[in-house]
Design a protein around this ligand. Structure first.
Ligand code: DGJ
Length: 738
């Protein structure tokens, strides 16, 4: 049992292998937080953790409990309006306009395992990994509304999963104006806030700042989790590094508007809230209905940020990602987007396919432009039928030719979008998101389909599903290239318009659910102009995502390193593209481009028919090399060694280590090559200190201890033929010899 309950004292001690989370029922019936951190022994009671003393000038719950002052309490799911002035976890408006709630604990249920949620992406425990779920049931004394706070303990990855569910058993509707997935009140504020921020082509760069009094938050109001902020955040002690120190990781299993906030109050405590963004949100809780929040993931370690990333990665693969693909090696693909953009036809593609096949590449992905009459980005979204001039014999004919070579086939869709110049728009202009009185705002010349409409989901399912079946697709790339504006559904009444953005994303999930169930062997990759929806909601349906539209190897160091804090490398699509790079004009060697892309799901995205025989030979070698080490690259334990975010960022290094520590590959990347530079050493991590290893087949044996503690001397980079000595990459292939 991982959840120990003292029912008499209303104490709940949630234990994982290394952590404890303790909560209790407070004198007013609300749930109070007592402790979260390194594992503690179970005790009869925790008086020390619950101690209070009265402070002047603050509201008390009642005169009989002068030291019970809501502003001082560490709570599990706080309301506003009873003397706690920090941001609340929820807000419920009664029919008379009052926003005061008095939820009190009723009882609990404890069950083995973890069930999926209906209609939302969610964690699960299919493998009987000792998960246990506690649900605390509360009731509002004023309205009679019920609240279930769910806690699942996944002991072996040191993860807790939380969510809240409101149920209205009364005959009167109430409105939910906010409903967080998780609240965590920490007793002090000596933490650094690590966020992963950026923009299109610059996603998930690490920013680390110390907490300060007041509110600090990351959020999205774009209808997508966004390029700009990612729902993943870390709170770490200031001395925590990749290798040591304590840290909390928090993430949300959700792809829409979110808000993660930390509020440091006047007593230097920290309130963390994670959930749907309360702005642009309001939910009519009609009689007899429920509202289920998305799930939030919480994890703690005292062994540094690499450990935090690793335990989260293991957790996602075991308890979130579609089990069909969670541990399955991902194919090496070639995508025609940066090779051809819209300028292709079947014959041109077949020359790429044939060449790719000769190089050992395993899958061809046909990107944007195969449908309707789309030859640029102004038309045809929604018309998911063949672009006849490009494929005169039809898509199935093309698909059969690819499959006949023994290659797998993938296809791009952008299901949620519609072009004004499309048959779909001409037939169903009312399917577009937006107030008909408003002038709708185009973005990339396109508009958004109202995914709250069942007929839209049916239409998309029918079209996409029949293309998947007809072409026997192995893979679908699901793109999404704009954010929501004029958020409004013609289908919803005025009182439900603030439900729109959440209902939109529920519609997206419904379509994903139907397609992945109808085509269980098709690998889905999510994409949103690159990494604009790189989140756990998407990962539940699509086990990998296109990390960024920025394919420049140097830019990718920061993007992939930042992403690695919260997501394992098998979730990251990483492609080798042409130089000068299309996004920033930078020229890097093919070796460097490969050495960066290896640490993800490798693909090629360039016109290989234009390459020299020597370059093609090099790609062939890269493909063979990646095939040999693919499982290690995609599923090995990932370690950050030198950070591109530290100092001048001139050197980045990272590595993957096999579960049995018998092999490892580390990559080292240097931006500028300095003359007469200080000596440099490459340090390794995660090896067995007692074992003997070789590096790059050099006969000299090294103990794991030597490689990890003394490092390996790195000679000055020599000029590479035809390329500058800047932007160099080195791979260290480490093998145990005993
Ligand atoms: C944005 C994606 O990120 C690209 O990879 C490509 O699929 C384009 N859209 C196509 O329009």
């Amino acid at each position: 049992m991982t959840i120990k309950i003292n029912a008499q004292k209303n104490l709940f001690h949630l234990q994982t292998d290394h952590t404890s989370y303790i909560l209790t029922v407070m004198p007013n019936g609300e749930l109070g937080q007592l402790y979260y951190g390194d594992r503690l022994p179970v005790k009869e009671h925790y008086a020390n953790l619950a101690q209070r003393e009265e402070r002047g000038g603050m509201a008390t719950w009642n005169d009989g409990l002068p030291d019970f002052q809501p502003e001082m309490l560490k709570q599990e799911y706080a309301s506003l309006g009873k003397g706690d002035f920090r941001l609340p976890a929820f807000q419920l408006t009664q029919p008379n306009g009052s926003r005061t709630s008095e939820f009190a604990y009723q009882d609990y249920t404890l069950t083995a395992g973890k069930k999926r949620l209906a209609g939302l992406p969610a964690t699960f425990d299919d493998t009987h990994d000792d998960a246990e779920t506690l649900v605390c049931h509360l009731k509002d004394a004023i309205t009679g509304v019920r609240l279930d706070l769910a806690y699942t303990v996944f002991p072996h990855q040191d993860v807790l999963v939380r969510s809240a569910r409101f149920h209205n058993p009364t005959t009167t509707a109430v409105t939910l104006n906010a409903a967080a997935s998780l609240q965590l009140d920490l007793p002090d504020a000596d933490y650094d806030f690590l966020q992963f921020a950026g923009d299109w082509a610059r996603e998930r760069h690490l920013y680390r700042t110390h907490l300060r009094p007041g509110l600090q938050s990351i959020d999205s109001l774009r209808g997508a989790s966004s390029h700009q902020e990612n729902p993943f955040m870390i709170l770490a002690r200031p001395d925590t590094t990749d290798d040591q120190g304590s840290a909390f990781g928090l993430n949300l299993v959700y792809s829409g508007n979110f808000q993660d906030s930390v509020e440091v109050d006047q007593f230097a405590t920290s309130r963390v809230l994670v959930g749907i963004n309360p702005h642009e949100f309001g939910w009519q809780l009609a009689p007899g209905t429920d509202f289920q929040t998305p799930e939030a993931i919480l994890s703690y370690t005292d062994r540094g940020l690499n450990q935090l990333s690793q335990q989260l990665g293991v957790f996602y693969q075991a308890h979130l990602v579609n089990p069909t693909f969670a541990h399955q090696d991902r194919p090496i693909l070639i995508n025609n987007w940066e090779a051809t953009y819209f300028d292709f036809n079947e014959e041109k593609l077949m020359t790429i396919v044939q060449q790719a096949h000769d190089l050992g590449i395993e899958m061809f992905v046909l990107d944007d432009g195969w449908f309707g009459h789309r030859n640029d980005d102004t038309t045809s979204l929604g018309d998911w039928f063949v672009n006849q001039p490009k494929f005169p014999h039809g898509l199935t004919h093309f698909g059969d030719r690819v499959h006949a070579l023994g290659m797998q086939l993938g296809l791009w869709f952008e299901p949620e979008m519609i072009s004004q110049d499309s048959d779909l728009y001409r037939q169903h202009p009312d399917w577009v998101v937006g107030d008909p009185a408003a002038t709708l705002t185009p973005s990339r010349h396109q508009f958004v389909l109202d995914m709250t409409r069942p007929e839209v989901i049916d239409y998309l399912f029918g079209k996409i599903s029949s293309v998947i079946s007809a072409m026997h697709l192995d893979y679908v790339k699901w793109d999404m290239n704009r954010n929501l504006t004029e958020a409004f559904s013609r289908r919803l009444g005025a009182e439900q318009q603030l439900e729109f953005t959440h209902r939109y994303i529920l519609g997206v999930y419904q379509l994903y659910d139907r397609l992945t169930h109808a085509h269980p062997d098709v690998l889905f990759e999510s994409c949103a102009s690159g990494g604009g929806r790189f989140d756990l909601g998407m990962m539940y349906y699509a086990p990998q995502a296109w990390t960024s539209d920025d394919t420049d190897a140097v830019e990718r160091l920061k993007i992939q390193c930042g992403t690695s804090y919260g997501y394992p490398q098998a979730m990251m699509g990483a492609h080798v593209s042409a130089v000068p790079n299309d996004q920033n004009g930078r020229v890097t060697s093919l070796a460097t481009r490969g050495a960066v892309a290896f640490f993800g799901d490798l693909g090629y995205e360039l016109d290989i028919t234009q390459m020299t025989p020597a370059e093609l030979e090099q790609i062939k070698e890269q493909v063979a090399f990646y095939q040999e080490h693919r499982h290690l690259f995609q599923f090995g334990t990932f370690y950050r060694v030198d950070s591109p975010f530290a100092g001048d960022g001139n050197v980045t290094s990272w590595g993957v280590v096999a579960a049995d520590q018998g092999s490892a590959i580390f990559g080292r990347y240097q931006l500028l090559n300095h003359p007469n530079a200080p000596y440099q050493r490459q340090f390794f991590k995660g090896l067995d200190p007692q074992r003997t290893y070789t590096v790059n087949q050099d006969p000299e044996p090294f103990s794991g201890a030597e490689l990890m503690h003394a490092g390996l001397f790195v000679p000055t980079v020599k000029p590479q033929q035809g390329y500058s000595s800047d932007f160099s990459a080195q791979l260290f292939i480490v093998r145990a010899v005993q």
